[in-house]
Design a protein around this ligand. Structure first.
Ligand SMILES: [Ca+2]
Ligand SMILES: [Ca+2]
Ligand SMILES: [Ca+2]
Ligand SMILES: [Ca+2]
Length: 511
């Protein structure tokens, strides 16, 4: 087998005797489109949805840390389900994975990045996303192949390498690296997005991630208004975020308000040296207790971090943590979301960290490594409301709910130009897994037909996909510590989506 090594630098230049790594996608998509429009409604078992026929698709999902495990379980169950009539494969890429050894060593050598080098340890070695007719290049996320020369966790600096491409003869015809043959080009060491925001940016970077290479984005936070037109946003469950404290805490504070958390993570305009609330005595009222609060924060790019900032602190987003502070990095050490192992033993009695309810639950059941470090949830309220702790009964859609309740989403990108320039060829396949195929079908690019790649003509009624039909998916969602939606209107603004256990383009729970 011929194996030809090429390397792609941060600038995208290809080093391999001039072998061209890019090839005309439109040609391939046109070929795929010809087979993509047949509708299987009359032949599928009762309950199955109208997945476009054709070659099985590889549906890559990346992004949020929060929903990694539940989407993994949903994906595997879907693959084995009779509902998956096209035998599509869900490849759920973890947010963190084993990074090239030298790159990780470089990160670990930087004190501000040590948390990330350590956090990677609890995650898989990587994930393989096989090439398919939409995304011809196989991607091996994790391991050797990328290089982060300066250890800053960005792979776009001078001297960095985003991945290494090798060419193989996948179809065994004697020629390696054929542009039109899926899997003949293999990217080694690709680096996954870490977090919801990171996943959204990744999915919209059509230069580095061509159409069809990123089919779904795990997102624990609602996309911002600027991002919304680029996706169908499928809320599939409820979760909650909360603040946590640790064993040995003797400060007598077990409930916090949004106003208090805001002041614990922002400095005043006139004093950037410390946050407005910096001691436990300021929270308890016992002014003799001048012990500093060890206030940890969640990594940038994290949807959970955005929700912590918005819901718990009343800020506009995670990047506002440390507002007005001269040196926020020193004041607020970073942790990976749902991982408070980086809270040091010496800090624990005085520390505040953050957790999502679902991940707290699955770690308590040993379904994932326990990263809680002894953390327990405190109660939380906005304003003068009664502080509540997150629980299976306080996390709900209706009134009287825990104030940190949130929707968790899987986003389906529409494609470049919000689907108008190029519709996402896997769109309806993704709907069949984690959305609802609406009555009267889907016209992604708004050109008044339903025959473009990724589109379906549909049937006379809404067809909930696997994660939205209230069957096995509901059990999986509960097992993974999340709270399923009740049967309700899928999209309050569009009756074609009917009733299901998911919510489409609903960005908040209202009051
Ligand atoms: Ca770098
Ligand atoms: Ca070949
Ligand atoms: Ca794909
Ligand atoms: Ca169309």
């Amino acid at each position: 087998m011929d194996v030809v090594h090429t390397q792609v630098t941060a600038t995208g230049a290809v080093h391999n005797g001039g072998i061209l790594l890019r090839f005309p996608r439109r040609l391939l998509m046109a070929t795929a489109a010809a087979g993509a429009v047949a509708v299987l409604a009359s032949t599928v078992p009762a309950g199955a949805v109208t997945i476009p026929a054709g070659d099985p698709k590889v549906l890559m999902a990346g992004g949020s840390d929060t929903t990694t495990f539940v989407v993994q379980a949903l994906g595997e169950a879907y693959q084995a389900s009779s509902l998956n009539t096209n035998k599509d494969r869900i490849v759920n890429v973890p947010p963190l994975h084993n990074i090239a050894k030298l790159s990780n060593a470089a990160a670990a050598a930087i004190p501000a990045n040590l948390w990330l080098a350590n956090a990677r340890q609890a995650w898989p070695s990587g994930a393989v996303v096989p090439g398919d007719a939409d995304c011809l290049t196989t991607r091996v996320y994790g391991g050797e192949g990328s290089y982060d020369a300066n250890g800053n966790n960005s792979y776009s600096d001078s001297g960095d390498r985003r991945f290494t491409t090798v060419e193989v003869d996948a179809d065994n015809n004697g020629t390696a690296g054929e542009a039109a043959v899926p899997g003949e080009r293999v990217q080694l060491g690709a680096v996954a997005p870490n977090g919801s925001g990171s996943g959204r940016s990744f999915s919209q970077d059509f230069t580095n991630n061509p159409v069809g290479c990123v089919d779904m984005v795990r997102s624990s936070s609602a996309p911002g208004s600027g991002d919304r037109p680029a996706y169908d946003s499928w809320g599939f469950a409820l979760d909650a975020i909360g603040w946590v404290y640790f064993p040995g805490n003797t400060h007598g504070v077990t409930a916090l308000t949004q106003a208090q958390l805001n002041q614990m993570y922002t400095c005043s305009a006139t004093d950037g040296s410390k946050p407005q609330i910096s001691t436990w005595g300021q929270l308890s009222g016992n002014l003799a207790d001048v012990t500093p609060i060890k206030a940890y924060r969640v990594q940038l790019g994290s949807g959970t971090g955005d929700d912590v900032a918005r819901s718990l602190m009343g800020l506009t987003g995670n990047s506002q943590v440390g507002l007005n502070c001269t040196n926020p990095t020193a004041l607020f050490p970073t942790v990976q979301e749902h991982d408070c192992l980086a809270v040091s033993e010496v800090d624990k009695p005085d520390a505040v960290c953050f957790y999502g309810y679902g991940r707290y639950r699955i770690q308590s059941r040993a379904l994932e490594p326990d990263k809680r470090n002894g953390a327990r949830f405190g109660a939380f309220a906005v304003g003068a409301n009664t502080p509540l702790r997150p629980s299976g009964s306080t996390i709900k859609e209706g009134t009287g709910r825990y104030a940190g309740t949130r929707i968790v989403y899987t986003l389906i990108p529409k494609g470049p130009g919000n689907g108008v320039t190029t519709p996402m060829p896997s769109y309806a396949n993704s709907l069949a897994f984690t959305g609802v195929i609406p009555a009267n079908g889907v016209d992604i690019n708004g050109d008044s037909d339903k025959t473009d790649p990724g589109e379906v003509t549909g049937t006379g009624s809404a067809q909930p996909g696997f994660a939205c039909d209230g069957g096995l998916s509901k059990k999986i969602i509960r097992t993974f510590g999340l709270v399923p939606f009740g049967l309700g209107s899928t999209d309050p603004t569009n009756a074609d989506y009917g009733q299901s256990y998911c919510r489409r383009n609903v960005y908040s729970l209202g009051s």
